[in-house]
Design a protein around this ligand. Structure first.
Ligand SMILES: [Cu+2]
Length: 297
């Protein structure tokens, strides 16, 4: 928020939306908003811009002091302004977001990924997150794209691969949790459609899906003790990671990957670039002595 100013929000995660006015925006980790602010105030020349960690989903010893100064004129002074009221929740802006270019989601999915979230200790007594019972571990020395380029089709369970072989069909991803912890869910390779999001239990065929121009973005909140249903169309071949955007959750295995249109990937991937990137990484890890001691993401 910027004291005394109203923001016009024009894009969420770089997707243009019907502009809306806001004094406060709830931003989940990994989310981005584009805003327009008009410098039209006459009561003061210095204003606090505030980032306030919401206590419902974070802990921060400095929560009142994450601030900057917006000033009119040549030099900043100490702002006399005070903050807008806000609701301390971990909610998303979903209800405000209407993409400018309207798109409709297919009413039937060619594939559905059911991904319940859980947490616990693994056989090595390490604290791990799981999606559909799997804790993700990447193989730095043999990454998914490399396997695909070499024609390998058998992935380790811990690679947490969900295969989407068919082009141009709709995929629904149902992510749910019974734990009272919200998670910002981020997907690479697509602007996904947020077709359902709420607290409680998602029930196939009963929970209402919003297929008519829903928010389209790449990070959305899985509410605490709730569900998030995403959709995307398999129109972008690749190996795409989906993960929680809380860093230590990802480190603890909260990730999976979609291998989309396996047969089309090799034809659009430069083996030289991939090999040289991987070689550089391998020699860097050896030179610096980096050990992979977590999921590797
Ligand atoms: Cu998380």
């Amino acid at each position: 928020m910027i004291d005394n100013h109203t923001m016009t929000v024009i894009a969420s995660d770089l997707v243009a939306i019907e502009p809306y006015e806001a004094t406060v925006i709830s931003i989940g980790m990994g989310q981005r908003y584009d805003i327009v602010v008009t410098a039209d105030q006459t009561d003061a020349t210095d204003f606090w811009m505030r980032a306030i960690p919401q206590s419902a989903c974070s802990e921060n010893d400095n929560e009142d002091d994450i601030r900057g100064i917006i000033y009119y004129g040549d030099a900043p002074g100490t702002p006399p302004t005070s903050a807008y009221d806000y609701e301390d929740s971990c909610s998303d802006e979903t209800d405000n977001i209407v993409p400018y270019v309207s798109k409709t989601v297919g009413s039937t999915a060619g594939a559905t990924a059911d991904e319940p979230v859980a947490v616990g200790f693994n056989s090595d007594n390490l604290f791990k997150w799981t999606l559909n019972s799997t804790t993700f571990v990447s193989e730095w020395e043999d990454p998914t794209l490399m396997k695909i380029m070499q024609g390998e089709t058998a992935f380790e369970t811990s690679n947490a691969v969900f295969l989407l072989p068919n082009a141009n069909e709709w995929v629904y991803v149902v992510i749910s949790t019974t734990l009272a912890v919200p998670h910002p869910i981020h997907l690479h390779g697509h602007d996904f459609y947020v077709i359902a999001q709420g607290t409680g239990t998602y029930t196939d065929g009963e929970t209402t899906l919003n297929l008519d121009n829903p928010p389209r973005r790449d990070t959305a909140m899985l509410p605490a003790s709730g569900y998030l249903v995403l959709a995307f169309e398999t129109n972008n071949p690749g190996a795409w990671l989906m993960h929680c955007h809380i860093g230590w959750h990802t480190s603890e295995g909260f990730a999976m990957q979609f291998v989309e249109q396996y047969d089309a990937i090799a034809g659009i991937t430069s083996n030289d670039t991939l090999t040289s990137n991987c070689d550089s990484w391998t020699s860097h890890t050896e030179t610096v002595g980096i050990e992979q001691d977590d999921s590797g993401v």
